[in-house]
Ligand binder design. Structure first.
Ligand SMILES: [Zn+2]
Length: 222
């Protein structure tokens, strides 16, 4: 059986990605990373989800004391109510410098140790227009870096980066999640860590658009 390391935040996209890897008969190992983000609500959701699925779940942590992002610095306001066209063009203050590269490096270390065949990463087209470290060219370059920079790579094993959500709209992601029986109520997308989703941050705006266009009510809002 092939094995996959799934970068897993407990958000909508990475949860759909994890369920998809399982449905494709991968032995899945979830990897959640704490990196000093504003709140750990997603990570605790990730724990609940991984337990329910009975997948092995690693937690890794990073420290980025230089911050450089509104996700890490609660003195910087989160962008609110941004229009969708702007949202997919500008690199927002929620961009964390180098975060996905750091995540992929940890996933690479985990994959090499676990002798895994693939890393599942829930990057999405809506993100990659704004986030340079979600772009397909970059991810291809990272696959090559893994071939050159790991023992198993030098021995000839290629670790793939699977990004099944890359070209899907949020609507498609919601519909795929429904098909895979993802318990949406256990996922968390909002950048603010309150009891209820704030409804105005980019993550909430995109999530709401996805559920609305899919014609499915978001159970987190009911
Ligand atoms: Zn929000």
């Amino acid at each position: 059986m092939k094995k996959a390391i799934c970068l897993f935040s407990g958000g909508l996209d990475s949860t759909v990605c994890l369920y998809l890897a399982r449905s494709q008969q991968y032995e899945t190992v979830a990897l959640s990373i704490e990196y000093g983000q504003r709140h750990y609500k997603e990570v605790s959701k990730a724990q609940v989800l991984a337990r329910a699925l009975q997948v092995r779940h690693y937690f890794a942590s990073l420290s980025m004391p230089w911050k450089g992002s509104s996700l890490l610095d609660d003195k910087v306001r989160l962008p609110q109510n941004r229009d969708l066209p702007i949202l997919s063009k500008e690199i927002p203050s929620t961009y964390v410098p180098g975060r996905n590269s750091a995540f992929l490096a940890l996933a690479m270390s985990c994959a090499e140790t676990e002798n895994a065949d693939a890393i599942f990463f829930g990057a999405n087209a809506l993100d990659y227009s704004g986030y340079p470290d979600c772009r397909p060219d970059y991810l291809e370059a990272f696959v090559r870096a893994m071939l050159l920079g790991t023992k198993i790579g030098i021995e000839g094993k290629k670790i793939e980066i699977q990004t099944p959500l890359l070209h899907l709209s949020k609507k498609d992601i919601v519909l795929l999640g429904k098909k895979l029986d993802v318990p949406f109520e256990k996922t968390w997308s909002c950048y603010a860590g309150e009891d209820k989703p704030c409804g105005v941050c980019d993550a909430c705006v995109l999530r709401a658009k996805g559920f609305q266009e899919a014609g499915i009510p978001d159970p987190l809002l009911s």
